[in-house]
Design a protein around this ligand. Structure first.
Ligand SMILES: Cc1cc2nc3c(=O)[nH]c(=O)nc-3n(C[C@H](O)[C@H](O)[C@H](O)COP(=O)(O)OP(=O)(O)OC[C@H]3O[C@@H](n4cnc5c(N)ncnc54)[C@H](O)[C@@H]3O)c2cc1C
Length: 864
């Protein structure tokens, strides 16, 4: 039940807004339609003239919101004429019509920022091109920090913005006050101005995109719901509507909050969930005008912008409410939801205090509409992992308008050319796993996801909802050992271990964390003695069959024609030579290989292998991830420890680096691989789950005399960065080639069958030194911390930014990785002759740059 203060707040809002109590859906709808500039969601646009549905189309797009129309527009631009867009009711009738239309550019990742910037550019020229107004107003935006920590976060963000090409200036609270005379700036610690941001009318933008698409030959059918999707031979083949069936070479699911159920029609998991999303529009306020910058006020979970002489206050409350959990009503179109006054009033009141005149101004409407959110607050784009030519673009987390242009551009390119024009991993649907379509999981997580963009983005911040979903068999043992868990695609994984009696939880900070000493101890244990990591979350794929070797050998850059028991560390490349995966392949037997990759790449790697099995080839992929725990024993004493618990000869001569075999440990058996991601002597033990507790107990009890230390992922991260080992999706990805990433030495250039991406790499290699190269950096100040996205300066000039960063306890300071750029080619001399600095929250710190690992460059500790 709500607290008395909440009731006071509700009452005060009711007083402030006569008519609020009467607000139900119908009242709200009519009020909003009266007051919004974009008040005519359907009336002023022509309904598509009825036409006969074609029986065939190259591309069928399902959904006529901003995303579907943007994809249609961009397919038209790419010359695709045979494109059909099907909308169940009217264009924009889902979520698009009621969006607030904010266009902000700086996002969490470079990719998403680039898509937002592309969108702004497109919307600027759309009106001239199509003759349809878009309502674009370039009023800028101002982000406010109310605490020192938030100021540091935003300052770091502003530095990243510069690296991404976004114009951003820190301004004083007094300058903010001058920009926004009606605002109360008394609690503002720092403010950041983005002059190129703005807003649009989402309905108009969508209609302009539709107009542009039609002009390019795209056919748009309204009142045409897709009721079934047909498949044949692993591909999508047709869509069924009440007006007929269209056979299609490619189908794109842009169904917004319906995308999950449309995905289900095709057997494709689209993990998203609708939630209530709110904004309020006031009565007219004297002194407001269209050029007032949008206020983004995360400390109050709110944004404020002008709306035709009134003010709009939008909310991103920290605990949101899912909606439509049992399905979206069939007739839901241009509709809104009854607002929950009691829940929202405190948030609204807090938000309105930013512009105090709002507390004395009447309210036109408190609007509540549904928007879809995803478990990690990033949208879902790309080809479904389990159905060829079925694409998804949905789950836009209240970013669909500001990302819509870029999303359409990327999707159209992907559909036409078979892959996206840039690395879009952070929004690729293949980062999701099918279990994430679970309704309970989605509802729990979405409650947190809606507001996450307006929360503090601390380093190492963990999700708080939908936890304890996937656990290693060792979970309780690790908890008892003091594990502080983090989460990755549902897996609970120890990030660090508290001492007995210490709380195993985070207290977030931008500075030195309170687990710093624990991290240092774990790091040192691996360097000096032996550490035990639980990495059971690893994805394990068995690739078997007469053609398994040939299949893997064509996909992998390294030579997979190795003897049984040999481990191959390799990359998968796309046709342009970009790195799609970074993993190990172990030959278990003549026709049997084990592929091991990070948990978060499981769906992607499996789909990549399956997608490259040639027709009629005898090659089967089986996901055995959940059947095996993985205990990783790393450090100079790992050999002695393992020798104590198993009969096999662990000596270097008998067990060279990069080889694997089955060994008994205690009463159990493990597939032991001599490998390292920490830069030390070590073995990864793949243990059937049923044996794992026994093997763990055996190792822990024997480990006592070797000084065995439980270690978490934070230690693994610092160990690997000191050794300059790359992490896929951070340091390497689809936009980086092995030449740039320093991994060309792993390519078996002369394999008779070659490998995917080889020709592109050869062409680049012939062109001279790459224009970017991954470099390791060590800060000269032992008190500064790197996280990633910190700007890198060479000889005083902004050059690039870090892709990874962590405190390197052996090297004695923060260590990071990042690409160094030079148009004439990055030679060794370019790196060694430069004077490098890294900007940490506004302080440029000199750094050593190195093309070889600063820790153990000769690999002596590994191969002994
Ligand atoms: C209150 C609120 C404020 C927002 N403010 C902003 C903002 O300021 N900036 C921003 O960037 N974003 C904002 N958003 C988010 C933005 O509105 C959405 O991300 C965006 O509109 C999603 O577009 P879409 O095309 O994916 O979905 P939709 O607009 O919902 O389009 C999907 C379409 O698919 C159709 N469809 C569904 N099923 C079928 C079927 N079986 N057959 C045929 N058609 C089908 C539906 O009828 C619908 O028209 C806001 C959202 C809300 C709720």
């Amino acid at each position: 039940m709500s607290s008395p203060s909440l009731h006071v707040a509700v009452r005060s809002v009711m007083r402030a807004f006569p008519g609020a109590a009467a607000s139900g859906s119908a009242a709200c709808a009519s009020a909003r339609l009266r007051c919004l500039q974009s008040a005519s969601p359907s009336a002023s646009y022509p309904v598509t003239a009825p036409q006969n549905l074609p029986s065939h189309a190259q591309v069928v797009i399902i959904g006529g919101g901003v995303i579907g129309c943007s994809i249609a527009y961009h397919l038209g631009k790419l010359g695709r004429r045979d494109v059909v867009l099907l909308e169940r009711r009217r264009l924009t009738c889902g979520t698009t019509w009621h969006a607030a239309g904010l266009l902000t550019s700086l996002r969490d990742t470079e990719t998403q920022t680039r898509l937002a910037m592309y969108t702004q550019g497109l919307y600027r020229r759309l009106e001239e091109e199509t003759g349809q107004a878009t309502g674009l107003i370039q009023c800028g935006s101002v982000q406010l920090a109310l605490t020192q920590d938030k100021a540091e976060e935003m300052r770091r963000g502003a530095l990243a913005a510069r690296c991404f090409g976004v114009e951003c200036h820190e301004i004083t609270p007094a300058e903010f006050q001058r920009l926004w005379p009606l605002a109360d700036a008394s609690d503002v610690r720092a403010a950041f101005h983005f002059p190129n941001d703005g807003r649009v009318n989402p309905t108009d933008v969508t209609q302009a995109l539709a107009k542009g698409a039609r002009a390019a030959g795209v056919r748009i059918f309204e009142d045409t719901p897709v009721s079934a999707i047909e498949r044949a031979h692993g591909r999508v083949s047709a869509v069924v509507t009440p007006r007929g069936t269209i056979s299609a070479e490619c189908v794109v699911n842009c169904a917004g909050i319906w995308a999950r159920s449309v995905g289900a029609l095709a057997g494709v998991a689209v993990p998203l969930q609708a939630a209530e999303h709110y904004y309020m529009i006031s009565e007219a306020v004297a002194g407001v005008h269209a050029q007032l910058p949008i206020i983004r006020d995360p400390g109050r979970s709110a944004y404020i912008r002008e709306e035709a002489g009134k003010l709009m206050v939008g909310l991103f409350e920290p605990a949101a409410r899912p909606w439509g959990v049992r399905g979206i009503p069939e007739d839901f179109a241009f509709a809104e939801l009854p607002p929950d006054w009691e829940r929202m009033a405190p948030h609204l009141e807090t938000a309105m205090q930013r512009v105090p005149v709002l507390l004395q101004t009447g309210m036109k409407v408190l609007f509540c509409g549904p928007e879809s959110f995803t478990p990690d607050h990033n949208y879902l784009m790309g080809e479904a992992p389990n159905l060829r030519n079925f694409f998804v673009a949905a789950g836009f987390n209240s970013l669909g308008i500001l990302s819509g242009g870029g999303a359409g551009f990327v999707m159209a390119h992907w559909i036409v050319h078979g892959r996206p024009p840039m690395d879009v991993w952070s929004v690729d649907i293949r980062r999701m796993q099918p279990w994430q379509n679970n309704s309970r999981y989605l509802c729990e997580r979405i409650g947190e996801a809606l507001g996450i963009g307006y929360q503090d983005h601390w380093p190492f911040r963990q999700w708080e909802t939908a936890r304890d979903i996937k656990k290693s068999p060792l979970h309780e043992r690790l908890r008892a050992a003091g594990a502080c868990f983090g989460e990755s695609v549902g897996w609970e994984r120890p990030n660090w271990f508290a001492r007995p009696g210490e709380p195993a939880r985070y207290r977030y900070t931008w500075g030195r964390p309170d687990w710093f000493e624990r991290h240092a101890a774990e790091h040192a244990a691996v360097r000096e003695r032996v550490g035990l990591f639980d990495q059971s979350s690893f994805a394990k794929l068995l690739v078997q069959g007469r053609d398994a070797e040939q299949t893997l050998n064509r996909i992998a850059t390294a030579d997979c024609r190795v003897v049984d028991g040999r481990i191959v560390y390799t990359q998968f490349l796309n046709r342009d030579g970009g790195i799609e995966a970074d993993l190990t392949i172990t030959r278990l037997a003549d026709e049997r290989f084990l592929v091991v990759t990070a948990a978060f790449t499981r769906t992607h790697v499996e789909a990549w292998i399956r997608g490259h099995i040639e027709e009629h080839a005898h090659c089967l992929v089986t996901d055995i991830s959940d059947g095996y725990a993985m205990l990783n024993v790393q450090g100079p004493a790992s050999r002695d420890l393992l020798q104590q618990v198993c009969d096999a000869d662990m000596s270097h001569a008998a067990w060279p680096f990069g080889t694997a075999r089955e060994v008994p440990i205690g009463h159990g058996t493990a597939l032991a691989m001599r490998l390292t991601y920490a830069g030390e002597l070590g073995w990864e033990l793949y243990v059937p789950s049923s044996f794992s507790l026994g093997v763990y107990d055996t190792l822990v009890s024997a480990g006592e005399r070797h000084g065995l230390q439980h270690c978490g992922y934070h230690a693994l991260n610092s160990l690997r960065i000191e050794k300059a080992y790359r992490e896929w999706a951070h340091d390497i990805g689809a936009d980086d080639t092995p030449l740039e990433a320093g991994l060309a030495g792993l390519c078996a250039w002369n394999k008779p069958e070659g490998f995917i991406g080889r020709e592109a790499l050869l062409a680049r290699r012939a062109a001279g030194p790459p224009q970017r190269r991954l470099v390791q950096f060590l800060l000269h100040d032992p008190d500064a911390f790197l996280y990633h996205k910190e700007p890198i300066y060479r000889d005083g000039e902004l050059n690039s930014f870090t892709t990874s960063g962590m405190y390197g306890h052996t090297l004695g300071a923060a260590v990071g990785l990042g690409y160094v750029k030079c148009a004439a080619g990055v030679t060794d001399e370019f790196v060694t002759s430069g004077k490098f600095e890294i900007d940490v929250a506004g302080r440029r710190i000199p750094a050593t740059a190195s093309l070889t690992a600063l820790y153990d460059p000769g690999n002596e500790r590994i191969r002994r």
